[in-house]
Design a protein around this ligand. Structure first.
Ligand SMILES: [Fe+2]
Length: 210
């Protein structure tokens, strides 16, 4: 389902437990999104972005737990830098209303917690954004309408073994359950379809012999 919006990279695997251990070392650094973006729901959505000042003088790519994952990906438009990496933390029952993402074209999603990957991603027909379509790339996004059965297309679950590429230009949202949901996200600026083609042709992934 949703092959035109997500691609599970069965070609490679990741070590979820290793990322959970890493998260436990940096989770005190998470910043509430409402401090960065207007109108974000306070206290429910935070993000960890390491920078040189806040943690051991190191950024994400200075840690092998992260760099060994990132080194496998070879996007065309924009090399993956520290600014394109985040660990997002959704508190229980947080709802990320249907939206499309700002600036990035797709994202590599790597679930950390809960151990089964937690609540998947909801996809919606474009029409759900209706008259608010012009707001979706702005800070007003949080004011966009929430889940609507009429436009709901279904939910995809993320693998906790393989990273998943997702098309952030398609309308998507999350309705979290009663668990904290922690994901490593890596932003990609090439079109989703182009990256899928490059994965299939062997250009996108550097696969290490084990
Ligand atoms: Fe998004």
């Amino acid at each position: 389902m949703f092959e035109d919006r997500i691609y599970e990279m069965k070609e490679i695997t990741y070590d979820r437990q290793r990322l959970e251990d890493f998260y436990n070392r940096v989770k005190h650094l998470s910043v509430d999104y409402s401090e960065i973006r207007n109108r974000a729901t306070k206290g429910l959505f935070s993000s960890i972005k390491l920078d040189k000042d806040n943690h051991e003088g190191k950024e994400f790519l200075d840690y092998p737990e992260i760099s060994e994952i990132v080194e496998q990906f070879n996007p065309v438009k924009k090399k993956i830098g520290n600014g394109n990496i985040a660990i997002t933390v959704y508190q229980p029952h947080f709802e990320f209303h249907p939206h499309t993402d700002f600036s990035r074209k797709s994202v590599i999603m790597i679930p950390i917690l809960p151990t089964d990957g937690g609540k998947g991603l909801d996809f919606y027909a474009d029409e759900i954004l209706g008259e608010d379509a012009h707001l979706v790339h702005t800070d007003e996004q949080a004011m966009a309408p929430g889940h609507d059965e009429e436009f709901y297309l279904g939910t995809c679950e993320y693998s906790t073994i393989h990273p998943t590429l997702m098309d952030t230009e398609r309308v998507h949202g999350v309705r979290n359950d009663d668990r904290t949901r922690v994901y490593l996200q890596i932003s990609i600026y090439d079109m989703f379809e182009d990256t899928v083609k490059r994965i299939k042709s062997g250009e996108f992934l550097s696969i290490k012999e084990k």
